[in-house]
Design a protein around this ligand. Sequence first.
Ligand code: PEP
Ligand code: MG
Length: 898
Amino acid sequence: KTRVYKFGDKKADGNSKMRNLLGGKGANLAEMSSIGIPVPPGFTITTEVCTEYNLLGKDEVIEMIKSEVEESIANIESQMGTSFGDKENPLLVSVRSGARVSMPGMMDTVLNLGMNDEVVVGLAEKTNNETFAWDSYRRFIQMYGGVVLGMKPASKEDIDPFEEIMEHLKEKRGIKLDTEFTIQDLKDLVYDFKNAIKKRTGHIFPTDPWEQLWGAIIAVFNSWNGDRAVYYRNMNGYPADWGTAVNVQAMVYGNMGSNSGTGVCFTRDAGTGENVFNGEYLINAQGEDVVAGVRTPQQITKLGSKRWAELARIEEEDRAENYPSLEELMPVIFDELNTYQDILEKHYRDMQDMEFTIQDGKLWILQTRNGKRTGAAMVKIAMDLVKEGMIDEKEALLLIEPNKLDELLHPVFDASALKRANVIAQGLPASPGAATGKIVFFADEASKYKSSILVRIETSPEDLEGMNIAKGILTARGGMTSHAAVVARGMGKCCVSGAGALKINYKKRTLIVDGHEYHEGDWISLNGSTGNIIEGKVATAEPELNGEFAEVMELSNKYATMKVRTNADNPKDARIARNFGAQGIGLTRTEHMFFEVDRIKAMREMILADTVKERKQALEELLPMQRSDFEGIFEAMEGLSVTIRLLDPPLHEFVPHQLATQKELAEDMHITLQAVKNKVSELEEFNPMLGHRGCRLGNTYPEITEMQTRAIIEAALNLKERGIICKPEIMVPLIGTVKEFEMQENIIRSTADTIFEERNDTVEYLVGTMIEIPRAALMAELIAARADFFSFGTNDLTQMTFGYSRDDSSKFLPIYIEKGILKVDPFEVLDQEGVGQLVKMGTEKGRDVKPNLKVGICGEHGGEPSSVEFCYRTGMDYVSCSPYRVPIARVVSAQAVI
Ligand code: PEP
Ligand code: MG
């Protein structure tokens, strides 16, 4: 059995399919090498050896792999033309872990292995760089000391013992940075480090490179069972017997003089997706130097260099002389690199992000991976690759990271402005986008400034208009399904919610963050995609929905079988969503219409009415308004199904809580202020979410259901007269027993029949229900026998299954997630194993009695990728989500099929 796999010199014993045996890193290095890419030669000790080590122990395992490892080192030596432990021409190696899945930072690495007091002198001579040689030695002792010899801080309060020594020296020398150490300093450090190791651990630092190597290999095996790795494995459910591989690879250096260098490059533009090879490099530098920003990196291509010089306002002559591209400076190396980037992109069939090093005139590729990219670049690259014949349509869809589409739909911050931004706090990225405006604390003051940001402890339905006017919404409380978050997403408005660090004082109109006070009228900016709250004004730019975006949407339609509807409460949102490709409305929350100024009064009169007669009078006033709302929505959604839900929220949300408004209402209704107050306190509930709401309203006040049914059916008939087809679906909220549904259904159907008779005309309509109380899911057979459709209201279903209040959970959910009690916020990502069982059961039971029962989802999860995928697997007919999430859900439902 082979236990050690070699790679290098355009050959390899392994390949990318051998992840389980070679680990992810080892498999990829082998793959690159075997397709002719010059990776520094090396070898991988398999994951199986790790498991054998755990069973048999150190001595037996070393004996088992000794000859293979020796042969592999010899192989590296012959390829590099150096030898391990040689004083004049030393080979140094890196030793790294590499499990089958990437476990970032969980296991150990040793670099520059093979150094000792003689080798360092040879390396200094060979590279003509004493500082480099001694600094490498210093780093080696530090890493080896920590990883292999156990030189760790004594307790978690202590600092790293090596850092402590370096701090002392810096103090003594009056310097701040590592780079300020002189050669003598580095020599002293090496001496002190070794002494400290001996004193603390009793180990004499090994000078024999072979002893060093075996020590490092065993340490990497041990790190598989280290605390960090075990914790990470358990958290992700990775079994202990996977083990880790060990990768030993020749070190290459880009800081060996003017014929060396290092850089990072991309096969396409990661910002725009444009098919141009690009990147940056530095001559005589090490890996970190390019990203660290100490020196100005130069461009890889001549074209890139010219573009860069234009932006930096550098004259062509100056550019060519002082900042030449790699293409100009080292044309042969550039050609080689250009060839490899082409090979790698074609091989991995995706844009690649590569790292390379030029050591003394020889090019080495250290790494390649699929490159990170913006949303705009993502759609362009996917569609370009199809057009270039590199991938097919299905593969292109799989290259789309659904959530990233969002970036394309909302205004965006100017990238360069963002770099200078001062982030003062962070909340939940509740609704993406970029917003900049002046602080206001009250919804009715949102129009005070041309651009305002509404800053609230939390929002309520009364704030709707102000939220619409404001450029962005910021709340101190509330989670991803808080009122502010849901409404903002629906509006496509930037929102950051639940930013606990904000101290808001409504009376003083101040916002205090971290001791710093902000006032009404101060500029503030919100990044709804990251949750960042930024001081001052950050420049924004309007997004462009270019051709490739539309092409991706078209492809999604071609492959998706599950439909995507939208949650929309007014014609404007309906039109936006339709533009994004919504195939109907899955939820219209009728209550949102009642909050507009001219309606809230009639609504309040209705609620405060003492008799049925009075209530009916108030409802009469509301009827024409609702009817015209529905006409507008039906028209916007011509030809498509529109689900309208009957009134749902607890009534106390509609009554006035401020004295002035209470007085006004008393006058309007010709009753005493006390009567209004009494009624308001009567409606107060200890737990409104479980109180008098949902179908409990329609069943206790049937006239509300009658009025709403009339508004829906009459709107549909009116449109029919105008030749506009609409397909209303009337939805009953929050049922738990079949009787609750039956009662509502009877009212709806008899009201509709009455209208059909009055008008001597009919329209087709459905009567269905939300499934959002666990009992409804359990009793789904009975309910399906009556209902035309089910729509899972997973906001309430999550609330009631977990027993977490939607409005209060932001107090403890972040802590739960931090402590690992929950992995994610269940109001954001559907809890498939728990709540999902109810969804699955409800669907199956329902379809047992009615095989073609229409089933959908309209909770916030309907636009969250993993949840949408779950809905597809559950066999739903559609998901429904906020307008701005429609494109995301469309792509996911296509990906689910592929
Ligand atoms: C739900 O509960 O999932 C739902 C869609 O209704 P609402 O959010 O309006 O309670
Ligand atoms: Mg609900």
